[in-house]
Every structure is written in C-alpha cells, then in structure tokens.
Design a protein around this ligand. Structure first.
Ligand SMILES: C[S@@+](CC[C@H](N)C(=O)[O-])C[C@H]1O[C@@H](n2cnc3c(N)ncnc32)[C@H](O)[C@@H]1O
Length: 280
C-alpha cells in the first residue's frame, strides 16, 4: 500500500517526461509542453517571492539581447525577446498577441505619463513606449531589484533609457514607492497592471486614493483569466458605466494558442469616492 503513491508519482513523472520528449520530436506542436515551461510552472513559490524562475533565464535574456540586437533598435529588441521566449526559455512577458492589445490601447489613449506595475525583463514597457507619443514617459514599479536591473539593461540597449524609469518597490510598501513616484493630481494617463494578480485591485485603489488618475485615464490589466484576478474582474464589471467603461479582450496566455486569457482595458469615467485616510 505504501508504495502506491511512489508508483503513481513515478508514473506521472514518466508520463510528463515522455509527453515533453514526444512534443519536442514532433516539432513542438504543443507550445507549453516544454521543459522551460514546466520549470517555470514548478518554480511557483520562488516565482511569487522573487519574481524569477531561478534558472538564470532572465540574465540569459539580457545577454542574448545585448549580444544579438543592434543597439538602439526597439523593434528588433522586442522581436528578439519574443524569439527567446518562444524558442529558448519561456518568459512571463505580456507576449506578442496581448502585446498588440496593449499597444492598441496606448495608441488610443495617447498618454504622456504611463505607470506600469511589474517590469520583469522590460518587454511590455518597450511595447507601450513604442506605441506612445514621442514625449511620453513610462515609470515601471518592480519589486525585484534583479529584474529591474535586467529591464534597465534591455531598455538602455534599445535606446529607451531616457523614456523609461524603473522604480524598485511595490505600491503597498507603506508609502515608500508612492512617495518615490510622487505624481501630481490627475497626471497619470495610462496604467498597465501586470504584477501580483491579488494586488491588482488593492493597488488600483491606492492609485485612485492618491488622486493620480483623471477622467479618460486608461487602465489595462493582463492575466485577468490566467492566473486570474477575479476580484478585479468583478470590480470592473460591477462599476461598468458608472466609474469605468471596460472592454474585455479575449486572447491567450503568452506564447501559445491553447490556454485562453483575458485583458481588460478600462477607461476611467471619474467620480471615484476618495477613500478615508489610511485605507488601502
Ligand atoms: C508577469 S511579470 C511582468 C511582465 C512584464 N509586464 C512584461 O510583460 O514584460 C510580473 C512581474 O511583477 C513583479 N512583481 C510581483 N509582485 C509585485 C508587486 N507587488 N509590485 C511590483 N512588482 C511586482 C515580479 O517580480 C515580475 O517581475
């Protein structure tokens, strides 16, 4: 009886291993059946704690970009990151399919000041700034100093260091990051939420509480279906037509076409109640 769980685990591991090998031999028709994706999925707690997979893939990406992409070429940098994520190691970027949704939203909003939560390797910030007016600036809040360092190197190589600033911290760190950002009232035109999914709603409430948004500010949120931000989705649906006007973009989890995902593009209608002092 005691050998049964061991046998089941061994059979499961053998089955997954065989599936990955078969997928590889067949030319990777199932994009997420790859070692680098399984390694990513198994890094669960470390990924949540440090924002990294733990096998050095983010550093490898930075080296790859600096070694293969001509300096100052944003388009080639974005293409090289997509290629690396598809063929070398999976990366949790917004990706090429949802990246187009993000860029289209930026083009519609024509923002001067953009705020991103979750820089990772700097991919989505490059896409957002590429689609923004030439004088636009993006501030990206990243909790992992190591990820912020990778992103800064990628942005500098792409010639974007003067338009994108990484701020190491998080919106919920007791006011330190809110103070460091220090935007004026009604000056943030665009927010991209792509960090800890359970923090989307509380962090948006903090941003609203700081008074940084204005009627017409746009908030785009990635991964609302997978990994999922159910409280954020319920909030946007619950305030449709009153505080927000939201478009739900149906797409797929990055770098594959089987798992569905949802991106929300929400335009602020104004009239947000000011939370009491100290409320999150
Ligand atoms: C999905 S990745 C961001 C991908 C990036 N936006 C892109 O598409 O290129 C999530 C990132 O959020 C960071 N993160 C996690 N929790 C955070 C928090 N509370 N505040 C800021 N960043 C956070 C992680 O370290 C990780 O780098």
């Amino acid at each position: 009886m005691r050998t049964r769980p061991v046998a089941v685990a061994a059979f499961g591991a053998a089955f997954v291993g065989a599936a990955v090998v078969a997928n590889r031999l067949a030319g990777k028709p199932v994009p997420f059946l790859r070692w680098s994706v399984l390694r990513f999925l198994l890094s669960g707690r470390r990924l949540l704690r440090e924002g990294r997979v733990g096998d050095g893939r983010e550093e490898a990406l930075a080296r790859h970009v600096l070694a293969t992409v001509p300096a100052g070429d944003v388009d080639a940098t974005i293409a090289a990151i997509d290629d690396f994520a598809r063929h070398t190691s999976f990366l949790m970027n917004v990706g090429d399919e949802k990246g187009v949704i993000l860029e289209d939203a930026v083009r519609r909003a024509r923002p001067k000041v953009l705020l991103e939560l979750g820089a990772y390797c700097g991919y989505s910030a490059l896409r957002a700034v590429r689609a923004a007016p030439p004088d636009a600036r993006l501030y990206s809040v990243e909790i992992s100093p190591a990820n912020a360092d990778v992103a800064r190197r990628v942005w500098a190589h792409a010639g974007m260091a003067d338009r994108i600033t990484a701020v190491v911290g998080s919106i919920d760190d007791g006011g330190r990051t809110l103070d460091a950002l220090g935007f004026g009232s009604g000056t943030v035109d665009f927010v991209f939420l792509d960090h800890l999914k359970s923090a989307y709603l509380p962090d948006l409430r903090s941003i609203l509480g700081a008074g940084w948004l204005h009627p017409g500010s746009v908030v785009v949120a990635d991964n609302v279906r997978i990994p999922g931000a159910p409280d954020y989705l319920a909030y946007m649906r619950g305030h449709e037509g009153t505080l927000w006007r939201t478009t739900e973009h149906h797409a797929h989890v990055e770098y594959q076409r089987l798992l569905p995902d949802l991106v929300l593009e929400s335009s602020c209608l104004g009239g947000h109640p000011t939370p009491p002092a100290g409320a999150g």
